[in-house]
Write a new protein. Structure first.
Length: 387
């Protein structure tokens, strides 16, 4: 059992352990307090008898204090303090005060004299100060104890609320990302299938190769992209195959250059993060030009990925849609996954569509990724009870 489990776990073993630790602390505190006052008594007693006397008296006091503490923590606090019902709260506090006065009178006037006599410890009848200090050392500690327990409950309640907030944010992030990935259904698939079909009808030698590339790409899109992160090498390979399929579809109308430099081993990236840029460039260029061209240059330098995409185009308008017709904004997914760790520029210069992206691939700089990947969060208690 680690410290976090001891403080926050709702399992029976840590739960019992921390309650016992709480009351052991107060038992020792009351015993130390009583020891001081008992030693001030008119009649000294042997250390063995004193130890037994302390144990019995503090146990009786702890029993009364536990009733008041649990009543306040589990009844008054959640129902009336958190519920902002101050009139019933005031009535409950008065009830607790009456109970403490009654219990104090019962203990000090009836029970404790019997215990004191059993261990040959007496208080002079006229020594009202010592009698009062006995009360002060015992039941008047109730406000201190309740305040300590309340502080613990409030801190834990704040902690659980923060965890609940993180959980909701995580679920929203996962939902948003799943929605965006579900919307990535490249329109080129239908055109590519038609292209392969036509090539097959003509017995073109390119048909089998194109079919294999399309099958690999579909397998990646349908199965491997369910992961939160994929190897960078696989993502870039998929992009190349996609671009080669596009080149085959457009035939001699598309001039394509692809350059990837740097060490990719061990690096990971969110799946389908870069593909929308490529398809967007084709929608601005090849679809609108008789002789289109696209250049893709990717450099991996340590943990930084730099991508520069150039595409000749006819139109000078840049759509905010990442996937044509899907209304999917490019920056939204980047912001969710790589907030503060990317730079993106898109512009048109001399009828060239330009995309420049710098991306930090270091895991420690990916709060969105870390939020999704965290699978060891403890279950959040619905009632935020103090355990």
């Amino acid at each position: 059992m680690n410290w976090h489990e001891f403080v926050f776990s709702e399992k029976s073993k840590p739960l019992i352990a921390r309650h016992l630790a709480f009351w052991l602390f107060w038992w020792l505190y009351l015993a130390a307090t009583y020891y001081y006052y008992l030693q001030a008594g008119l009649q000294k007693i042997a250390f063995g008898d004193l130890s037994l006397l302390l144990a019995v008296k503090t146990f009786l006091l702890i029993s009364v204090l536990a009733v008041t503490c649990y009543f306040f923590i589990y009844v008054l606090l959640p129902r009336y303090v958190f519920g902002r019902k101050y009139v019933p709260l005031g009535a409950g506090i008065v009830l607790l005060a009456v109970f403490l006065l009654w219990a104090g009178y019962l203990l000090h006037a009836t029970v404790f004299p019997i215990v004191d006599a059993r261990y040959h410890y007496t208080i002079s009848a006229g020594n009202s100060t010592l009698w009062w200090t006995n009360i002060n050392s015992g039941l008047l500690n109730a406000p201190k104890l309740i305040a300590a327990a309340t502080a613990i409950k409030l801190v834990k309640r704040w902690y659980f609320k923060q965890k609940e907030k993180e959980r909701v944010e995580k679920e929203k992030l996962v939902t948003d990302l799943q929605l965006m990935k579900a919307q990535i259904r490249p329109g080129f698939l239908f055109s590519s299938l038609n292209q392969i079909y036509e090539a097959a009808k003509k017995n073109s030698p390119e048909a089998p190769e194109l079919l294999i590339k399309l099958a690999d790409l579909l397998s990646y899109l349908l199965y491997e992209c369910d992961e939160i992160k994929v190897p960078l090498e696989k993502e870039l390979k998929m992009m190349k195959e996609y671009m080669l399929l596009e080149k085959a579809r457009y035939g001699g109308r598309l001039d394509l250059e692809i350059a990837v430099r740097g060490e990719m081993s061990g690096k990971q990236i969110a799946p389908l993060l870069l593909l929308p840029f490529i398809e967007d460039s084709f929608s601005h260029g090849a679809n609108q030009s008789e002789q289109a061209w696209t250049n893709l240059d990717i450099i991996i330098d340590n943990e930084t990925l730099s991508m520069k995409l150039l595409s000749g185009m006819v139109s000078t308008e840049i759509s905010d849609d990442v996937i044509t017709g899907q209304q999917l904004n490019i920056e939204k997914r980047l912001q969710l996954l790589y907030a503060g760790n990317y730079e993106l520029k898109r512009y048109v210069e001399n009828e060239i569509y330009v995309v420049v992206l710098k991306l930090n691939l270091a895991e420690k700089n990916q709060p969105g990724m870390q939020m999704i990947e965290s699978n060891n969060e403890q279950k959040i208690r619905n009632d935020y009870a103090l355990n």
